[in-house]
Each structure stands twice: as C-alpha cells, then as structure tokens.
Design a binder for this molecule. Structure first.
Ligand code: FES
Ligand SMILES: [Fe+2]
Length: 314
C-alpha cells in the first residue's frame, strides 16, 4: 500500500495570529480579512479599538466588510443597518424595539502589539492561554523605524515554523550553515521556545563572541535577535498567520540599532527576503509527512513536532 499523498493534512492551529499591521487600520476603517479559513471583518472604532468579528451578518447574511460602516464604537451592516459592538452583540435594529438574543456574531479577542493587530483563534472557542510578547526594541528611540515585508505562501503555516528547527536545510537551501543551538529553553507553560547559538563574529571593529537568539511564541510568532557586539543589535520579528489550512501570510518586521542603519540595515533586509524566497518553491510543492523518515540531524524537528501538538484541538 502506498502512503496517501496529502498536501494539507494539518488543521488550523489555535493561537494568536496577526490579521493586519496597525498602521493599515485607521479609526473608522473597515477591512475584509480572510484568515482561519473564515471571512472576517476587521474595524477600528472611533475610540481607536481594533475589533475582529465573523463577517456574515446574522440577519440576512450580508458581508459586513463590504459597505459596512463604523458608527461610534459599533459596526453598521450595509444591508439593513443592524449595529454590532466589539463583543459581536447586536445593539440596535432600526425600527425594532427589541433585539433577538441570537442576533450576534462570533467575536475574536484582539491585542495590538509590536505594530500588529492580533486575533485569538481557537477551534473550540476557548479563551487565550498565552500572551503575545512585547518586543521592546520595536519603536525604541535607539532603533530604526521598522521595515516591513508581507509574503504569502501556499503551504500550511506549520511548515514555515518547522524551518527554524531544521538546521540541515540551511546549508543546502540557503548556502549558510546555522551554528547549532547550545540550548533550548521552554517558558510560559511551554508555549515559548528559546534557542541560543553562540558564534565568533569578525567585524570591522573587532572580533566578538556573539549570540543568535531565536525565540518562538506559539505556532506562528518568532524573533531572531543578534547580541554580543556592544551597542549594536538586529531584531527580526516574524508573524505567520493561517489564511486557511494551505495558505499562510508571513509578516516580517525588521529593526536595527540606528548606528548600523546606513551600513547594514538594507543588506540585512534584502538578505532575509532572499533567504525566504529560497524556501518558497520547496514549501509550495512539498507534502506534509505526518510520519517522516528521520535521521540524526532531525532531532530538533522531532521535538518541534511534539511541541506543536499542544496547539491543535484534535
Ligand atoms: S443583512 Fe445585515 S442587517 Fe440585514
Ligand atoms: Fe529556510
């Protein structure tokens, strides 16, 4: 018997996922979002609060992001002007004295952090059990304004996250070996993983013992930080969100200390984007092997796969 060939054997994981960049959503703005294999409406209230709701009106099914309008702290349906608040409850129906209790939309918990808007998705609608970390160098006066890149890839998001735990592909796909992490630490109830790689780095101002710190927060958020050269730092924040079970959106945010912005910032960003582009054809054409044949170099992948199970409801 041959193994079944499925490209997308994994469901949508539970977690915090970016649905937009903060700066792309002004007060009063309404945006159509497809994420978690659902149609969603994202809007910012007049007071500035971002809100995510299921998109289809419980009345006759209009798409709230297509012609829907922010009215104060609520969203008004374009079809018959029912209004919904941030909890998804209908607060007003024109010409009707009472609102049926079932007039409500699924709402998603939202946090705005690190210049992004995150929504909590859980297949069983359970509340969040971990927090999006605050990356303190984002927006820090000693660090450059962030550079941003968005990349959509036709693959399940777990394949993107797995890349980070796959040292063997670095040399082959990217032409640069990755120094092995000396150490993996787990925190926040095991939802976060931190890997530190030590290496000597030669720079125009001397040779330093540096560290590359890679952190993963849930299935979809990660940072790559370089440390060890006094006064100099680079930070990459990566968010991966499930558009559906076979499409992912990556959002990359890069910031570096201002003292290297002119000499290093541009090359760093270009290098990163090129690096990801090397992975894309592999990702978009691979299948997901639930039980891959593994060898000695795949130890971290096996660990990573075990760790990911906590993010699935099945
Ligand atoms: S469809 Fe939304 S108010 Fe009628
Ligand atoms: Fe890669």
């Amino acid at each position: 018997m041959t193994a079944p060939q499925s490209h997308h054997a994994l469901p949508i994981p539970n977690g915090w996922f970016a649905v937009a960049w903060s700066r792309d959503l002004e007060a009063g703005q309404v945006v159509k979002v497809h994420a978690f294999a659902r149609e969603l409406v994202l809007f910012r209230t007049r007071a500035g609060k971002p809100v995510v709701l299921d998109a289809y009106c419980p009345h006759l099914g209009a798409h709230l992001a297509v012609g829907g309008r922010v009215v104060g702290e609520t969203l008004r349906c374009p079809f018959h002007a029912w209004r919904f608040d941030e909890t998804g409850g209908c607060v007003e129906i024109p010409h009707c004295a009472s609102v049926p209790p079932s007039a409500r939309l699924r709402s998603y918990e939202v946090v705005e952090r690190n210049e992004m808007i995150f929504a909590w998705y859980h297949a069983e609608q359970k509340p969040p059990d971990w927090e999006v970390p605050t990356i303190d160098v984002i927006g820090h006066p000693d660090w450059t304004p962030s550079r941003r890149v968005d990349i959509d890839v036709a693959v399940h998001m777990q394949e993107l996250a797995e890349n980070n735990f796959d040292p063997a592909h670095f040399e082959i796909v990217h032409g640069t070996p990755l120094p092995p992490p000396s150490d993996y630490e787990y925190s926040q109830n095991g939802r976060f993983v931190r890997a530190v790689s030590e290496m000597k780095r030669e720079t125009p101002i001397g040779t330093f013992d540096t560290r590359l710190v890679r952190e993963t927060f849930g299935l979809g958020l990660s940072t790559v930080v370089s440390e060890g050269i006094p006064g100099v730092g680079t930070m990459l924040f990566v968010s991966v969100s499930p558009i559906d079970a076979s499409h992912s959106r990556m959002r990359w945010l890069l910031t570096v200390t201002k003292n290297i912005a002119d000499t290093f910032g541009e090359e760093f960003m270009t290098g990163i984007v090129k690096g990801v582009m090397d992975d894309v054809p592999i990702w978009e054409n691979k299948i997901h092997r639930d039980k891959p044949v593994m060898c000695e170099t795949d130890k971290h992948i096996a660990e990573f796969r075990r760790w990911t199970r906590q993010f699935y409801s099945d």
